[in-house]
Design a protein around this ligand. Structure first.
Ligand code: NAD
Ligand code: AKB
Length: 317
């Protein structure tokens, strides 16, 4: 088989996508890459390459060396970091995607591009946000996500590159920490609940957003890339969602397991403004119809699994 390349592989998603792909296709067939080096010796044994996605030559060399057939392009700056460094975010998020698409065009690779609820803005319908709707985001992150979706569609229509993408909501996981997004509170809260029995949230109590547990997010990416292309109408990018809650509701669910847990609020105006510009909830019926999207985790099962796994991880030190 043609091999798989994952860019930004040491981040929150890549840390779980790479093992899932290796389990499915064999370790040697999945090449992890990043601009950081893996920490553990075990991770160094499997194929790993230093690839800066803004350097076309580096992507090209690795794609040719390993005869790559599919690129999961995860390298990106997330919403809060992108707002701090908008120029860098444009270079990495747009420049990186453009170069990945160019290499894919020349080498006949398929490309997975993760978009986000950040691709929507304040003028988008907020509840049950449709698949096809107004997209006028007010953040640099959102601008790069909308432009990225369009660029991927362009490369499919104009050059026949097999591009596919998802609009992920906030992702919750216990393997790698989140990389500087607006939804990071929904991961931090678990660490603080276990360590200190309290958490001070940077978003307001009633901030409602869609979220998803990482196993569902990984399955979504792999299922979409394996879906029958004849059935895909949207390609870039499908709304996907699994759970929907406010910080207050998440804290209450954690409280069922840790009764002494308390939450307080110290709102960060920058991240609050970003969250307020995003949808309250997405309509993911196109993903369900076109490639069978069907998440497994709801709020109760997600919280129980997160606490169990994180307690074990933190106990190991
Ligand atoms: P992350 O910040 O955890 O990881 C990104 C990785 O990219 C990091 O390991 C970083 O070192 C690497 N990177 C940064 N600049 C690079 C460069 N120039 N070249 C190569 N690698 C570089 O991000 P993540 O949460 O794993 O997200 C991956 C993708 O999914 C991003 O496109 C993100 O926008 C998207 N997404 C994530 C979420 C989420 O909640 N995690 C939600 C929606 C969309
Ligand atoms: C972020 O908050 O930036 C990400 C996302 C929803 O895209 N988690």
């Amino acid at each position: 088989m043609k091999r798989i390349l994952v860019t930004g592989a040491l981040g929150q998603i890549g840390s779980e996508l790479v093992p899932a792909l290796r389990e499915k296709h064999g370790s040697d067939n999945v090449v992890a890459s990043d601009i950081r080096m893996p920490a553990r010796r075990q991770e160094r044994q499997a194929p790993f390459e230093y690839v800066d996605c803004t350097a076309r030559r580096m992507i090209d060399e690795v794609v040719r060396k390993y005869e790559i057939g599919t690129i999961y392009h995860l390298a990106s700056l997330l919403s809060a970091v992108a707002e701090e460094k908008p120029h860098v975010a444009w270079d990495v998020n747009m420049g990186g995607l453009y170069r990945v698409l160019e290499v894919a065009r020349e080498n006949g690779c398929a490309v997975f591009f993760p978009s986000s609820i950040g691709a929507f803005g304040a003028s988008t319908p907020k509840d049950g946000t449709p698949q096809d709707t107004l997209q006028r985001p007010t953040t640099m992150y959102g601008v790069t996500k909308v432009a990225g979706e369009l660029l991927c569609d362009y490369y499919h229509g104009r050059f026949g590159v097999d591009t596919r993408g998802l609009r992920y909501p906030g992702l919750i996981s216990h393997v790698a920490p989140p990389g500087g997004g607006t939804t990071d509170y929904a991961v931090e809260i678990f660490y603080e609940a276990i360590r200190n029995r309290r958490y001070t949230c940077f978003l307001g109590a009633d901030t409602r957003l869609d979220m998803m547990y990482m196993p569902d997010a990984i399955k979504a990416a792999i299922d979409l890339m394996e879906a029958d292309p004849e059935r895909l109408v949207h390609r870039n990018a499908f709304n996907v969602t699994a759970v929907n809650f406010t910080p207050e509701q998440l804290a209450a669910e954690i409280g069922k397991h840790i009764p002494e847990f308390t939450i307080a609020y110290d709102v960060d105006p920058v991240r609050q403004a970003i969250a307020d510009s995003w949808p309250n909830s997405l309509d993911d019926s196109a993903a369900r119809e076109e490639w069978g999207w069907d998440p497994k985790y709801d709020l109760a099962t997600l919280v129980a699994d997160m606490l169990e796994n994180l307690e074990r991880k933190l106990a190991r030190g």
